[in-house]
Write a protein that binds this ligand. Structure first.
Ligand code: DX5
Ligand code: ZN
Length: 228
């Protein structure tokens, strides 16, 4: 998977579902390539969001790269439906996978990207053995289940640990930060080493979505030292 870093991945959890197609088109017309799809089952997280039907609708709204985040128990039972719905990358939580290596292999056999996510209280140590098999590591910067929460500051330390592990092992997976990312902190998150930035409310609750997207991308580039 080759993409220009930084990647801003709007989470459609925060979108206006009466105009989902239009909202996705606005993002794509503003230079967005990734759309983040938050799947919640009401068991692993205290909220229920949506399933493959909405992911399928998102796939029909343009040529977005669909970054599907499974916050569900038994994610291995649902890989096929999300592949059929058009997922380009599926991320599972380490906390829901007793056989994590097998689940990652199960995703990869569909020729799509495979990611592993860890919650705020889960140490990076838990995913060291799987790093060489994944295309993406998702570091939760809020407790999963809802958009619009505040960024958990201890994320920076975990982010730096994952960056260090990636270079120590000479791997090239992407590092994604998910939750509470917005104009006030995206530059610092980028400087700490993130490649992919999930933003739900910071994008879809903005007065001008397109303007906000450009501001977020510019700040992320600044954090990466890519802009004056
Ligand atoms: C939370 C989800 C996040 C969330 C991001 O469980 O994984 O992707 O939707 O929303 P904001 O950017 O509003 O925190
Ligand atoms: Zn997410």
């Amino acid at each position: 998977m080759r993409f220009d870093i930084p990647i801003l991945a709007p989470s459609i959890l925060a979108a206006d579902y009466t105009r989902l197609g239009e909202e996705i088109t606005t993002c794509l017309n503003s230079g967005i390539e990734w759309i983040h799809c938050d799947i919640m089952d009401g068991h692993f997280v205290p909220n229920i969001s949506y399933g493959p039907t909405i992911v399928k609708a998102a796939s029909r709204s343009g040529d977005a790269f669909l970054d599907v985040h499974l916050m569900i128990e038994n994610p291995g039972h649902y890989i096929q439906p999300f592949v059929d719905a058009g997922a380009n990358l599926i991320t599972v939580h380490q906390e829901t996978c007793p056989h994590l290596h097998r689940t990652i292999q199960q995703i990869k056999q569909h020729d799509i990207g495979a990611g592993v996510a860890i919650n705020p209280a889960t140490p990076v140590q838990q995913i060291i053995p799987i790093l060489e098999y994944v295309d993406l590591v998702l570091i939760m910067s809020v407790n999963p289940g809802f958009g619009g929460q505040s960024f958990i500051e201890s994320t920076y330390q975990k982010l730096e640990e994952v960056v260090a592990e990636r270079s120590r092992k000479q791997l090239n997976f992407l590092i994604e930060v998910d939750g509470g990312v917005g104009p006030d902190n995206i530059q610092k998150v980028a400087r700490a080493g993130a490649d992919v930035f999930v933003a739900g409310s910071a994008v879809f609750k903005a007065d001008d979505i397109s303007k906000r997207i450009n501001k977020l991308i510019d700040s992320a580039k600044k954090g990466k030292g890519m802009m004056a």
